[in-house]
Design a protein around this ligand. Structure first.
Ligand SMILES: Cc1ncc(COP(=O)(O)O)c(C=O)c1O
Length: 358
């Protein structure tokens, strides 16, 4: 049977594997520690804003996301023309690739890193150049700079990196940015920015200001707890931000998402309180795992990484039996989201048991 002709680039594209929800079992706890979500309910005022917006979802949303854009511009001290919103930061990342790269071009990123990068690169038709993380699970920025060729159009730097949680510091990132040709776009993916407490890890928004080839990606999905509403944004100089407006799916960001995001920004004190609590839990989990004998790379995000190699699947299964679903990367390791205290306790007990049986 003749089928419609599809682009050959789509052959063999890896499918995005979302973190699994926990298997529900009567009488057993079931925590989802597999998608780096926020365990808390919406911030004060957010549900009300979303519910009010829901009353008019017979209407299209504001195409330009004007109120949210203005709020973000004010919040970051940047011109509104430098803010471009999209359907989650993964949507904006895909637009950035679409805007810069096609067949014959190259997109560079560290590996392992965010699993959407290979997918959106392959869809564009560009070649993916994966640069291995260094022995400490950190971006090898020298190797990434050395991988740049005349064909390179975009470089992703995921800071902190998903799934390892590791981060690059200011001096090394600035040295890297100085080496990147001015016509190559560097995308600083800062989906987990709010969880950074180390002052040496730079804020991409500071770095983008005098660098026209730097774009910063942020999201409302993680610290802000709006993963289900799909809204993220880029801060970038006008040519890049304009390209994002051209490549955006019209009306992609719902009015619910826009209004909830504005309300979330206005609830910043409550947000910071929750972030502090999660960071305290992160410290507790890392210390406990290290105390049990695990090697835990320094994490700056709301998750931890255990390089378990062959034992990855067994460890994930043991956590699942205990009632916590984690995110295994078969043969490589496990990413564990920091959740509510009870979930973290349960995870730590499962990890301890597993360790004893090694
Ligand atoms: C590094 C990184 N970037 C971007 C995203 C996408 O987040 P969203 O599309 O929900 O904004 C994620 C989500 O897991 C991520 O880990």
């Amino acid at each position: 049977m003749t089928t419609p002709k599809l682009r050959a680039e789509l052959d063999g594209i890896p499918t995005y594997k979302p973190g699994r929800p926990p298997a529900r079992d009567e009488g057993r706890p079931a925590f989802k520690l597999s998608s780096n979500e926020n365990p808390y309910p919406p911030l004060p005022g957010v549900l009300e804003a979303a519910a009010a917006a829901a009353a008019s979802f017979n209407r299209y949303p504001d195409l330009a996301c004007s109120a949210l854009t203005a709020e973000l511009a004010e919040r970051f001290g940047v011109p509104a023309a430098h803010v471009a919103t999209g359907t989650g930061s993964v949507g904006v990342a895909q637009q950035l690739v679409q805007a810069t790269a096609g067949a014959g071009d190259e997109v560079i990123y560290a590996w392992r890193s965010f699993e959407a990068y290979p997918i959106i690169t392959q869809i564009s038709g560009a070649r993916a150049v994966q640069v291995p993380l260094d022995a400490g699970e950190v971006h090898d920025l020298d190797a990434m700079a050395a991988a740049i060729t005349d064909r390179t159009r975009l470089v992703f730097v995921c800071n902190p990196n998903n799934p390892t949680g590791t981060a690059v510091r200011r001096a090394e990132l600035e040295r890297f940015l100085d080496r990147v040709p001015a016509d190559v776009l560097v995308v600083l993916d800062e989906a987990y920015r709010e969880f950074i407490t180390d002052p040496e890890v730079p804020d991409g928004v500071d770095l983008y200001r005098d660098r026209p080839n730097v774009a910063v990606l942020r999201t409302f999905s993680k610290a802000y707890g709006l993963a289900g509403l799909r809204v993220g944004f880029a801060v970038a100089h006008e040519p890049v931000a304009d390209a994002l407006r051209k490549t955006a799916v019209p009306f992609g960001v719902s009015q619910l998402a826009q209004d909830a995001a504005v309300a979330s920004l206005r609830a910043e004190p409550a947000l910071l309180e929750r972030v502090r609590a999660l960071v305290a839990e992160r410290t507790r989990v890392v210390e406990a795992l290290s105390g049990q004998g695990w090697t835990v790379p320094e994490t700056h995000a709301n998750f931890v990484w255990l390089r378990l190699g062959e034992r990855t699947a067994d460890f994930a299964a043991a956590c699942e039996r205990a009632g916590a679903t984690v995110r295994p990367f078969p043969g490589e390791g496990v990413r564990i989201t920091i959740g509510e205290t009870e979930a973290n306790d349960l995870l730590l007990r499962a990890a301890e048991e597993f360790r004893k049986e090694l």
